[in-house]
Design a protein around this ligand. Structure first.
Ligand SMILES: [Zn+2]
Ligand SMILES: [Zn+2]
Length: 358
């Protein structure tokens, strides 16, 4: 079968490898689509994220290439179950599934409290071999996709679950004015989910034109180019002094400050951006205005996968409350995966989310 692997920096190739055998408790999935995640791009450009040795025993068995090259990638997976190991009763052959790949240690205080996404020894989806023809995974990671959801949209379940977790962490209620900084895949997901949740006057600040357009298509009421218009002034004028909920989905010092300052007194700012560098804020912006800054990481996975964001997102995709089509810029065949990565890394091309079709 084909498996895309990273052989070095900016060196991704589709290799011919032997399929893994299905063992007790595991299933084989023939992959239809796998979305390219920001973390995949980061590893392509800067190398594999360091993997803590003590985590290895919790990793999915197929990830044994781990922290040495060639390294497989791709975790935003949707496909069809084609083979079932002994003892599996969660799915049957022919089920379309997506994968919820937060694997908890089951041994720390957060796992004891059911907060598996906060697990001290969490094993995330790094080095999952999803850009491939098929994958063998523990059956426990599978989540069945409702028939009404297309494979294309089901491939977005994971990033949309990250977005939904952010909306929940922000405490957004129907009628709240909302500002989102950054219209990448997560920011756009938040736009769609905030609109579905009844947010009022959703404003998006985003420098790239195609992403501003996608934000409007996802349900934003107004967009602003922060290179031309100060988003804080823009939001304060529209919302009688500031929004109720503000979201940082960029990961930069400047946008964190803008997110806090565009909120009304007593507002909440949820931080979803991944910061490469430290950020500076003026604490008086929080103190004097009695604002709240709250973090949001991943989604409720592990043993919560059937009660967390995954089933909620799939239900909203099924009944049409959430239409993620504007998030998908293009679909590339597995054979042209490196082109897809180059397109995403080229700011001129303005792509948001690309799917790889196996
Ligand atoms: Zn992802
Ligand atoms: Zn744990």
């Amino acid at each position: 079968m084909r498996l895309a692997r990273l052989h070095g920096l900016e060196d991704l190739s589709v290799d011919e490898v032997a399929p893994r055998p299905v063992r007790p408790g595991t299933v084989r999935i023939d992959i239809e689509y796998c979305g390219v995640c920001g973390s995949d791009l980061h590893e392509y450009k800067h190398g594999p994220a360091p993997i803590r040795a003590e985590d290895r025993e919790h990793r999915i068995p197929e990830s044994e290439w781990d922290d040495h090259l060639p390294m497989p990638m791709g975790h935003e997976i949707v496909g069809t179950v084609t083979e079932i190991g002994d003892g599996v009763d969660r799915v049957v052959t022919g089920d379309r599934v997506t994968l919820c790949l937060i694997l908890p240690c089951d041994d720390c205080r957060y796992c004891a409290d059911g907060e598996y996404h906060l697990c001290e020894r969490i094993t995330g989806p790094v080095a999952t071999p999803g850009f491939a023809d098929s994958i063998v995974v523990p059956a426990s990671t599978t989540v069945v996709v409702p028939e009404a959801v297309s494979a294309r949209h089901a491939a977005l379940t994971e990033p949309l679950s990250v977005a939904l977790h952010g909306v929940r962490q922000s405490g957004l209620r129907a009628g709240d004015t909302t500002v989102i900084f950054g219209a990448g895949a997560i920011g756009l997901g938040i736009v769609g989910l905030a609109a579905a949740a009844g947010a009022r006057d959703i404003v998006v600040s985003e420098p790239r034109a195609a992403r501003r357009e996608a934000a409007l298509a996802m349900g934003a009421d107004a967009v602003v180019d922060p290179t031309e218009t100060d988003p804080v002034t823009f939001v304060r004028e529209r919302t009688d002094g500031g929004a109720d909920i503000t979201i940082e989905a960029v990961g930069r010092s400047e946008t964190l400050t803008q997110a806090i300052r565009s909120g009304a007194y007593g507002s909440t700012t949820a931080v979803l951006g991944v910061f490469v560098e430290e950020a500076t804020i003026h604490p008086n912006d929080v103190m004097q205005a009695e604002r709240t800054v709250v973090g949001s990481f991943a989604f409720r996975g592990g043993h919560q996968r059937d009660r967390g964001e995954f089933p909620a997102v799939l239900e909203m995709l099924a009944d049409g409350r959430l239409d993620p089509e504007p998030m998908i810029s293009d679909v590339h065949p597995l054979s042209e995966i490196e082109t897809a990565f180059e397109v995403l890394l080229d700011p001129e091309q303005d792509a948001v989310k690309l799917l790889i079709e196996s």
